[in-house]
Design a protein around this ligand. Structure first.
Ligand code: VAH
Length: 309
């Protein structure tokens, strides 16, 4: 059985639904700090769980005979800069709780998300390799780097089966992002349809790695279904699909909504974006567990506008 912590969040919502389709509603226990999403709450078992409460997580794991945990609760980059102490507490201690439960053999497998935010200003910006300089300059990035180190440590020293992906910015029509720097690439579609214009909080040429949610969910499930010996990297895998600037995504939207206009008014998130890579090399994921993305900017835009329109 599977437990998802943070099941009502941006990724958790879609991951829960997909896992329920694959493994059956009753075998996928959704949990979050509150009942924030009615689809998630009503489509199968749901528990209110605080990711910072070890005893609560342990209790739910025993009650439902859980083997696998997907830990999707976290504060994202922009929110973390506003509340560094809480971000560090939540992002690190929730991970320790789950790693320690695996170390104690109460669960067999963990999925934990890392991010391209793990990279910093001294990392090569284009085609960022799997193994490179990693000096993150954001609270969120520091928590992801530390998390990656601990995942690898728990695997090497205690034999914990933990698997992880460095997600790029994720774009979805069905779930809203929650406080990230890449959120503009979701908002822009909503505003293009509702207002015909969008004011972007990043500058026009800010290029960032992005991925459509369908690909991200498939990657998450594929890395968890891979055999143990295929997973050679136990920190976190680079993962890529597309990279674009606000200018480029606006041009793609204009193909469908010719009157669409974008303006720019960068805020504190510009500095966060500037510290991250522009594009990612994910050949290790391709080689080790057969990763291949499907969606590019063009096909994603068609699908987004079709669903939202
Ligand atoms: C954020 N979407 O902007 C997240 C992500 C690629 C960064 O982890 O904070």
């Amino acid at each position: 059985k599977i437990l998802i912590i943070g099941a009502c969040g941006q990724i958790g919502t879609e991951l829960t639904q997909k896992l329920r389709t694959i493994y059956g509603n009753d075998n996928v226990i959704a949990s979050d700090i509150r009942k924030l999403n009615t689809d998630v709450v009503n489509s199968g078992p749901f528990e209110v769980v605080n990711a910072l409460d070890f005893n609560q997580i342990e209790h739910i794991i025993e009650k439902h005979h859980i083997d696998e945990v997907y830990l999707m609760a976290a504060l994202l980059s922009a929110t973390a800069e506003k509340n560094p102490a809480f971000a560090w507490d939540l992002n690190m201690n929730s991970l320790f709780h789950v790693l320690n439960l695996a170390k104690a053999k109460k669960i067999k497998k963990i999925f934990w998300p890392s991010s391209i935010a793990v990279f910093g200003p001294t990392t090569p910006k284009e085609n960022t390799p799997q193994f490179t300089i990693i000096e993150p300059s954001t609270v969120y990035g520091i928590s992801k780097q530390s998390g990656e180190r601990w995942c690898e440590y728990y695997h090497n020293i205690f034999g914990v089966d933990v698997r992880s992906i460095r997600y790029p910015g994720l774009i979805s029509w069905s779930t809203a992002p929650g406080g990230g720097t890449t959120d503009y690439a979701v908002d822009i579609y909503h505003k293009a349809l509702s207002d015909g214009k969008y004011e972007c909080f990043l500058s026009s040429e800010t290029k960032m790695p992005m991925m459509y949610m369908d690909d991200a969910i498939r990657a998450t499930i594929e890395i968890m279904q891979a055999s143990d010996d295929e997973i050679k990297i136990r920190s976190s895998y680079n993962l890529a699909a597309m990279s674009f600037t606000p200018t480029e995504i606006a041009a793609e939207i204009k193909k469908h909504i010719p009157e669409f206009e974008i303006t720019y008014n960068p805020d504190f998130r510009q500095k966060i974006a500037d510290s991250w890579p522009a594009s990612i090399d994910d050949k290790e994921a391709q080689k080790d567990w057969g990763w291949k993305h499907e969606f590019d900017l063009e096909s994603m835009t068609v699908d987004m506008l079709e669903h939202l329109g």
